[in-house]
Design a protein around this ligand. Sequence first.
Ligand SMILES: [Zn+2]
Length: 101
Amino acid sequence: MSMSRIHGNQLSQVVIANLIQIRKSRFQTQTEFGKLFGVPRQIVANYERSSNYYISVDMLHAIGEAFSINPWDLTGELCPLCLFVPPPGFTCNKCGRFGTL
Ligand SMILES: [Zn+2]
């Protein structure tokens, strides 16, 4: 995806879709997931339900901090093995990322 082709909240939607994938694979509840960034469950639910939300740069930064990743990684395709969040203490063989969460 080239930046010049991004319209509306397309990039936000990629980030949100990736976050939904991560949330469902590693977290039991929206509440638990939201706590990582200090966001209440209802906000997480709204983001997951609607296609009209934008991720702010501040939110993207907070998410990157929470997962110890470069937040821009969330604007692209996730590593299918670890979803960019390997289990704590493990290194993903495919992307080389080290899990700290
Ligand atoms: Zn990986």
